[in-house]
Design a protein around this ligand. Structure first.
Ligand code: PMV
Length: 306
């Protein structure tokens, strides 16, 4: 039976969170934890799904709808199997990874030749259909991999040559509700557009400065810029006590910089560290009640597995 397996990486938003929903840039890196999507011809000619509990089925079903509409095919005789290396619900981008995995696996299965840009558009559309609002940064990271400079909706997707970036990830133990947080921020934007736009412009400036500094490997400066970014996110009201305590602990233990990553409210914080400070920062996060998630950044984008 014909079958195709694609794996796609998760992501960490390095800088530019929330602002990237509103026309500003962000920096995102793909991480080593991957989602696997296998599409196989069903022996009984029926559609079947075989997915572990923590994979959000809405994205898989919607991606199938997107693919049917795009390729004008019924696609109703396949079995879709997903498997995930993601550590549960920690906000590392499993929804985007499964969406990209589905779209890329279906292209291959159907023998189509659509470009990566088209795959991005299809994946992003699927995510918007399910969650209503979003920048698409997560789909770009899952598809292209590496570390990217990304502007809202993929207006710019620029791969950056970043080496030796050491990140420690601390999970707060609280699953963030991205959709609700993005909506709350939208309400703030409606109520105080000048204030929120000022914050976003300031964040965009930090991202622009961090971009070349990351390529140069000036981690001390990048860390400072991440700290400034965190101050603006706090002003925006998306941080939490737990995030703040993990961030403070990692700074005290010698991190170059630290901030929340993603929508905020919970999920993970990231700390940028030098090699020698790595153990102390991990220990400090654990002592402060966080769970260290072991990932490496700059992971390869979606790929067909043998
Ligand atoms: O919560 P996450 O990891 O899915 O990140 C959301 C990041 C936002 O900027 C708040 C939304 C977006 O789509 O860019």
């Amino acid at each position: 039976m014909k079958n195709v397996t694609v794996t796609a990486p998760g992501k960490l938003l390095l800088m530019g969170d929330h602002a990237v929903v509103y026309g500003r840039p962000c920096l995102v890196t793909a991480v080593s934890e991957r989602m696997s999507v296998c599409v196989e011809q069903s022996p009984d000619g029926q559609l079947h799904f075989d997915m572990p509990e923590h994979v959000d089925t809405r994205f898989v079903s919607r991606a199938l709808e997107t693919a049917r509409a795009h390729w004008r095919l019924p696609i109703s005789d396949i079995t879709i199997r997903t498997a995930s290396q993601f550590s549960g619900n920690v906000g590392l981008g499993s929804s985007a990874a499964v969406t990209v995995g589905m779209i890329a696996a279906l292209r291959e299965y159907l023998g189509k030749k659509d470009s990566l840009k088209t795959l991005f558009t299809l994946s992003y559309r699927t995510i918007l259909d399910v969650q209503g609002k979003g920048s698409g940064f997560d789909a770009a990271a899952a598809l292209f991999g590496g570390t990217l400079y990304f502007v809202t909706a993929g207006k710019t997707i620029e791969p950056l040559s970043v080496n030796n970036m050491r990140l420690i990830v601390g999970f707060t133990g609280v699953k963030a509700d991205t959709v609700t947080l993005v909506r709350e921020v939208e309400e703030k934007m409606k109520a105080q557009p000048e204030r929120v736009n000022r914050i976003y412009d300031a964040i965009a400036k930090l991202v622009e400065e961090a971009k070349p500094k990351m390529v140069e490997g000036d981690w001390e400066r990048v860390g400072k810029l991440m700290d400034f970014n965190q101050e603006y996110l706090r002003d925006l009201g998306v941080s939490s006590e737990k995030l703040e305590s993990l961030i403070a602990a990692s700074k005290k233990a010698g991190a170059w910089g630290a901030k929340l990553s993603g929508a905020g409210g919970g999920d993970c914080m990231i700390a940028l560290v030098s090699d020698d400070k790595q153990p102390a920062v991990q220990e400090a996060i654990t002592q402060a009640g966080g769970q260290v998630i072991h990932i490496s950044p700059n992971a390869q984008g979606a790929r067909i597995e043998p």
